[in-house]
Design a protein around this ligand. Structure first.
Ligand SMILES: [Zn+2]
Length: 301
């Protein structure tokens, strides 16, 4: 597994891969519009971001931000041992933590964890299973979760509580919401969470940027140092094909119009600037610069 690294001023960003996927799009896929027939005409995707057959290259990875004084992890993938309905995510046993430590990142050395949103593949390594209990993986870190995002999920849970038997029913519903229960609640209970606004400054050189649509409180992460800038997309776009076709939505977007509008304004903001765009699920080289091309955009790797 190649761990890519980029420099932004005196901050470094390293990609740590949990799993790589190559998928054909179509019904049932995370990006239904990205069928081989639709992808093939977007020539610049080849060979970096798509296979010769027109399958798109994806990845689930964390991004490790090293500032001169602090360490942050953006999005914590799926995690090990977690019971999940999705077969590709169920009860994983990857070497992710060993790979992290082999980079010199001990678990105690992590100062902060940022989650762009609270989906299953972004919060998994928030916790690990120890002696039958889910406990925080990074005991000395603050976990930065968006307040809007957190309240959305908490309200979804409350919304299922229709019987009036609040405690028991709410508890049962929480058991079905595995991700929230095993990867979010334990860090809340350990008092490690900072609920932050969608435009918060997290640390010198690291701030959040509101990019709603995939989820209501979704954020991207902006890294700035010494006049250079990078942006970590999160899931406001899953693959670079959505730069060329901004109306291609993820099957999991909560609001397709809003996610399309977010991609449009994001591309307008950063096109033809030196800003490095780093994709949270982009396979291949994972990053590039946005170039305006007619009424859409392409990525310059
Ligand atoms: Zn995702």
């Amino acid at each position: 597994m190649i761990n890519l690294m980029w420099r932004v001023g005196d901050i470094s960003i390293t990609r740590l891969v949990e799993m790589e996927l190559t998928i054909p799009g179509g019904p049932g896929s995370p990006l239904p519009d990205a069928t081989p027939e639709n992808v093939r005409p977007i020539g610049w995707l080849f060979p970096a971001f798509a296979t010769a057959e027109g399958w798109i290259k994806g990845s689930i990875h964390a991004l490790l931000i090293q500032t001169p004084t602090q360490r942050f992890i953006v999005d914590t993938c799926v995690g090990n041992d977690k019971p999940r309905n999705s077969p590709g995510f169920n009860q994983l046993a990857t070497n992710f933590l060993a790979d992290l430590e082999s980079l010199g990142w001990s678990l105690d050395s992590v100062d902060g964890v940022l989650c762009t949103h609270l989906h299953v593949d972004h919060v998994g390594w928030n916790t690990v299973l120890r002696d039958g209990r889910w406990v925080p993986t990074f005991p000395k870190a603050r976990y930065y979760l968006g307040r809007v995002e957190y309240e959305h999920w908490a309200s979804e849970l409350r919304g299922m509580d229709v019987t009036g038997e609040k405690d028991e029913y709410a508890l049962a519903m929480m058991d079905t919401m595995n991700t929230f229960t095993d990867s979010v609640k334990p860090i809340m209970d350990a008092d490690l969470v900072e609920l932050v606004e969608v435009d918060s400054q997290i640390a010198p050189g690291i701030r959040l940027m509101s990019t709603p649509g995939h989820t209501p409180g979704h954020v991207s992460v902006v890294i700035e140092s010494k006049g250079s800038r990078a942006v970590i997309t999160g899931d406001m776009m899953h693959h670079p094909c959505q730069i060329a076709r901004m109306d291609w939505c993820s099957a999991f977007d909560t609001d397709n119009q809003q996610s399309t509008d977010t991609r449009q304004s994001f591309c307008e903001m950063f096109a033809d600037t030196p800003t490095l765009i780093i994709g949270t699920h982009w396979g291949g080289p994972t990053a590039g610069r946005l170039i305006r091309e007619g009424s859409a955009y392409r990525l310059d790797v």
